[in-house]
Design a protein around this ligand. Sequence first.
Ligand SMILES: [Zn+2]
Length: 165
Amino acid sequence: MNAPPSLYKPTFRTATDLLVVHCSATRPTHDIGVKEITHWHVQRGFDTVGYHYVIRRNGTVETGRPETAVGAHVKGHNSRSIGICVAGGLDAGGKPANTFTAAQFAALGQLLDDLRKLYPDARILGHRDLSPDRNGDGVISPDEFIKACPSFDVAAWLSGRELAG
Ligand SMILES: [Zn+2]
């Protein structure tokens, strides 16, 4: 049986304020990319993959949704953001952990540098940094994280590298 034609028809963003880093919440040995994530997201009822980019374990950057399309990756912010998913984020036992490869961090850095040239005012953050600030103190603390995604501190990583542009 042939696969049904994709139902996906992009709608396009009018603003891009956020570059949101995600992980796939998969184990280090799980070599996945856009194809596998598209399958999961379609099973969950999305028209196609929710992210704009996926970075494989070997650092290869794959394109998901068109970069200018509205994604489906972070509730309440999809109309203003680009979603980047780094494959991994669990340890061998299935617990959230920074198990990303050096090639993935290099690719993520390059991709963010490129995107910042196109969207100079966009803020870069991790999915968990968009969790609700439940106690209203202005700081999203770990107990307020909806989930661990992307399993590393994006702000701390960014401060340790020189962002171009
Ligand atoms: Zn996420």
